[in-house]
Structures are given as structure tokens and as C-alpha cells.
Design a protein around this ligand. Structure first.
Ligand code: PNS
Length: 167
């Protein structure tokens, strides 16, 4: 299919780390769009737990059998990145009403910045509706179980990081 006829969506986020809620949204997006690009924000002001390279590697591992799921990194404005990638859809997950306000603001700001780009919201499966990357890191660091909430490779990497800090 020529590139300009493909329905290309961007799924942007920090993904620090990828959770099963993100995986669920990516799978839903991959069924609807010809290509879904998981776009990992590289923010020089934030110090993520997982490096850019680790976050890319995790998405590649989890979606190695999904040819229409791509992974990339970006900085700067999301709408500029989307335009560079010739994508006119931004996918965001909505877990609860509490997500709505900030997502609504971002969607409208992005639309004002570039009216050609539409934000599409998708709901993850209910069992993932309370998961966030921040909670996963907190629970794991305090000794809680995160199995089933993140891909196995993320759990493994969390363990390796913990072992490196507390051998
Ligand atoms: O996973 P997150 O942290 O909720 O993702 C937020 C993200 C990356 C989608 C948002 O911070 C973003 O788009 N940042 C890029 C800078 C930008 O375009 N800001 C204006 C958004 S209205």
C-alpha cells in the first residue's frame, strides 16, 4: 500500500516501563491501524528508571511478532514528530475518568497546534484500568508483586536493576 494511503497512528508516552495496560492498547491499535508507532518520549529533564535503549528494546521484544507495531523515540513537540512520520492519528489510553481532564487538554492543544492530527482514545481491558508505570515502580521497589501487570521481560529487568542496587 502506498505510504500516503496507510493509516498510521502514533502511540506516544514515557513507557517507563511498558505495562500490560500499554500492551493492551497497542494490540487494540494494531488491529485498527495499518501501522502503530510506539513513540517513546526522551525528555532530557526527566531521569527515567529505564534508559531510552532499554525502553525501545522492551517494546521490540514484546511485539517482535507484530509487523505493524513499530517503535521509535522522539523529543520536542508530539505534533511535529507525528507530521514527520506522516501520521495523522494520536492514540491515547483512557483508564478512568481521572485521566480525562489532562488528556482532554492535551488533545485540544495538539489539535490547535496541528488540526490535521486527530486524537483517538482507547480503553484498556478492565483488569489493567488501575495500572500505571509510576505505581508499578513504587510497588516493585517496596517488595510488592507486579507479575501479570507488566510483560515478563519488564519484571525480569526490574529484578536485575534491584539486584544491581542491593546485591
Ligand atoms: O506516558 P505519558 O508521560 O503520559 O505521556 C505524555 C506525552 C509523552 C504524550 C506528552 O508529555 C507529550 O506529548 N510530550 C511531548 C511534548 C508535547 O508535545 N507537549 C505538548 C502536549 S499538548
Amino acid at each position: 500500500m502506498p505510504n500516503n494511503l496507510k493509516r498510521v497512528a502514533i502511540y506516544p508516552g514515557s513507557f517507563d516501563p511498558l505495562t500490560n495496560g500499554h500492551v493492551d492498547i497497542i494490540e487494540r491499535g494494531a488491529r485498527i491501524f495499518d501501522v502503530i508507532i510506539v513513540a517513546i518520549l526522551v525528555n532530557a529533564e526527566k531521569s527515567p528508571l529505564f534508559s531510552k535503549e532499554e525502553r525501545v528494546a522492551i517494546v521490540k521484544e514484546v511485539f517482535k511478532v507484530r509487523p505493524n507495531v513499530e517503535v521509535d523515540t522522539f523529543d520536542g513537540l508530539l505534533v511535529d514528530y507525528a507530521a514527520r512520520r506522516e501520521a495523522n492519528v494520536i492514540v491515547r489510553g483512557l483508564r478512568a475518568v481521572s485521566d480525562f481532564e489532562v488528556e482532554f487538554q492535551m488533545a485540544l492543544m495538539n489539535r490547535r497546534l496541528d488540526p490535521n492530527i486527530e486524537t483517538v482514545f482507547m480503553m484498556p481491558a478492565e483488569q489493567y484500568s488501575y495500572i500505571s508505570s509510576r505505581l508499578i515502580k513504587e510497588v516493585f521497589s517496596l517488595g510488592g508483586r507486579v507479575r501479570g501487570l507488566v510483560p515478563d521481560s519488564v519484571e525480569q529487568r526490574l529484578r536485575e536493576k534491584q539486584a544491581a542496587v542491593r546485591p
